[in-house]
Design a protein around this ligand. Structure first.
Ligand code: ADP
Length: 570
């Protein structure tokens, strides 16, 4: 025991030292391992952050470069350069010229020009389109170059989206400006166009008044005043149509109608005029095995009438005007149709052809003087055909003639298709000719008319003219009174009713509907609307309310005579 204690006593110091060394080494190892793991964590964090910053930089829509001022050597290019331009950074480091490939040669020239003109005292900003390598669509960017002591800081910003938004806003603004300008032009042209004939009417009336003791002169001035008023009326109707088109309020109907009837109406409408002008006139129907289609008969007819009126107007005696309707194809329940109006008239100059569908355009200043018209008909026709998803093709040769061709497709109407055996016979029905003659010769002599009109001046004029024509007229001051007077009249006491539309207590439309409901044999008496509302829609509404026709104001009394004649000679 003593030996052991002795041994320990002698060796205590080195043992202690050994033990302490071991503990110290262990602690150091632990500390080292902890630090190493911390360092690894920090490194991972730093690497992660770098990745984050890198992706942040790459996803930005800009990059920057540092370029030496003296030697134009690139010192640095930020990482998203490649992502934005599609170019390899190393290539640009090697040669700055590579950047040229991003822009059109013209843009490159402009940029160089700006760079040369730059005084290098302030920042230079340039905007241009560029094409990122490998991308189809052109992008838009803005580069700003800021001079430093011995370097340039070049910052490039891709502002394609911003640029596109700005461009589209600019386009919209431009469009709105053009539209408003077009409206202003339209208004000023329109007021000029209206004032001119209006001035003429007033002038002619005052001349007529001044020559009242000279019946021949008075008649001459009144005739001129009448024809100017007619022109004014057509013009106002066209202007109203045009403004409806411009405001997008023109709607088309989709109702079954017969193409042969349309052709027949056009034929009889222009037969006398063309004959009087010594023009060869024909309406042809080609290749039809269907006759009834669905669409807006009135608007389609309006378009063709405009072409025919022009053809007749611009073709001198001895020439010809031929209208052709042709069935092209039948596809999926639709009839593809060609309607052509061909004349051998004066033709249209090539440079005017491109302007022919613009409102108020006429070939030259002398056109209105020689032929009248306002230049609205074609613009209206073009818009109507576009609303029908069709197209108009014009071909013309100066001095030789013109042809207007309309291509449209209309759904084929359901039910029976009545294609006439002989179109020629249908046109020239003998019975029809006799009836037409009888209508032409019809007078209002002895015809008993009920006139519903709330306006005293209009009523006075109408009654005086109708009575001059031999009619026997009674007046109702509103729709209600018209219904009452008809109810109290003996059966067949009136031959026809002329009915204003806008009247107090009861409108003309309501009055017509009331009369049609009455339980008496003559409740189907011919009723004609007489209204200042000239739109096709108003005419349509009159028919829907059971009326026999719609006469627009100012009233053409020849039309009244013809319509009453047509109704009474049935
Ligand atoms: P308007 O006949 O009232 O002048 P339009 O718009 O119908 O107006 O026609 C515009 C112009 O187109 C006419 O003034 C005329 O110069 C020209 N034009 C139209 N049709 C013909 C045609 N068949 N022959 C010659 N010129 C025509």
């Amino acid at each position: 025991m003593d030996m052991i204690l002795n041994y320990i006593d002698q060796h205590m110091e080195p043992l202690c030292l050994l033990f302490c060394s071991i503990v110290f080494a262990a602690v150091c190892l632990l500390l080292y391992l902890r630090e190493r793991s911390r360092a690894a964590q920090t490194e991972a964090l730093v690497l992660g952050e770098r990745g984050f910053y890198r992706s942040f930089a790459v996803n930005r829509q800009d990059f920057f470069m540092l370029v030496g001022r003296s030697d134009l050597h690139i010192h640095y290019i930020s990482p998203n350069f490649e992502a934005l331009t599609g170019l390899d950074t190393e290539r640009v480091y090697a040669d700055l010229e590579v950047l040229r490939s991003l822009v059109e040669p013209k843009t490159a020239r402009n940029v160089l020009k700006e760079l040369k003109a730059w005084d290098q005292t302030r920042e230079l900003k340039l905007e241009f389109g560029y094409k990122a390598y490998g991308r189809k669509r052109e992008r838009h960017g803005c580069v700003s170059i800021e001079p430093d002591k011995d370097r340039y800081l070049v910052v490039f910003n891709d502002n394609t989206e911003d640029y596109e938004i700005r461009s589209s806003m600019k386009r919209e603004l431009e469009h709105a400006y053009q539209e408003s300008q077009a409206k202003t032009d339209f208004l000023s042209k329109m007021s000029h166009e209206i004032r001119t004939p209006m001035n003429g009417v007033l002038g002619m009336l005052s001349l007529a008044k001044a020559h009242v003791r000279d019946p021949k002169q008075t008649e001459y001035y009144l005739d001129r005043a009448e024809s100017l008023s007619q022109f004014l009326l057509t013009l106002i109707n066209d202007i109203l149509d045009m403004s409806r088109i411009e405001s997008g309020k023109m709607e088309l109907e989709a109702v079954p109608f017969d193409l042969f009837e349309v052709a027949e109406k056009l034929d009889s409408m222009f037969r006398n005029t063309t004959e009087a002008k010594n023009l060869f006139w024909d309406v042809q129907m080609q290749d039809f095995d269907v006759s009834r289609v669905v669409g807006d008969e009135l608007r389609l007819t309006q378009v063709i009438i405009n072409f025919i009126s022009n053809a007749v107007k611009f073709t001198p005696a001895g020439g010809s005007v031929i209208v052709t309707f042709r069935q092209m194809h039948k596809i999926e329940g639709k009839l593809h149709l060609m309607i052509r109006v061909r004349d051998t008239g004066k033709g249209i100059k090539a440079d005017f052809l491109s302007k022919i569908f613009r409102p108020f355009e006429q070939e030259d200043a002398s056109t209105a003087h020689h032929y009248g018209g306002s230049g609205l008909g074609m613009a209206i026709a073009d818009n109507i055909v576009k609303l029908m998803n069709g197209e108009i093709i014009v071909e013309s040769e100066e001095g030789k003639g013109t042809e207007f061709v309309v291509y449209i497709s209309l759904p084929i109407a359901e039910g029976e298709q009545r294609v006439p055996d002989s179109w020629k016979e249908m046109k020239d029905t003998a019975g029809e000719e006799d009836r037409k003659k009888a209508i032409e010769e019809f007078t209002l002599e002895g015809v008993r008319l009920l006139l519903a009109e709330d306006n005293d001046v209009n009523a006075e004029i109408a009654m005086e003219i109708l009575e001059m024509e031999g009619a026997v007229t009674e007046r109702a001051c509103d729709g209600l009174e018209a219904v009452r007077m008809f109810e109290e009249s003996p059966e067949n006491g009136y031959d026809a009713i002329l009915m204003d539309i806008q009247m107090p207590n009861m409108t003309g439309w309501e009055a017509a509907a009331e009369i049609r409901k009455l339980q008496r044999p003559d409740a189907d008496i011919p009723i004609f609307a007489m209204s200042a509302n000239a739109f096709v829609e108003d005419k349509r509404h009159s028919m829907e309310m059971g009326m026999n026709g719609h006469i627009t104001k100012p009233v053409d009394y020849d039309e009244v005579r013809r319509l009453v004649g047509e109704a009474l000679l049935k």
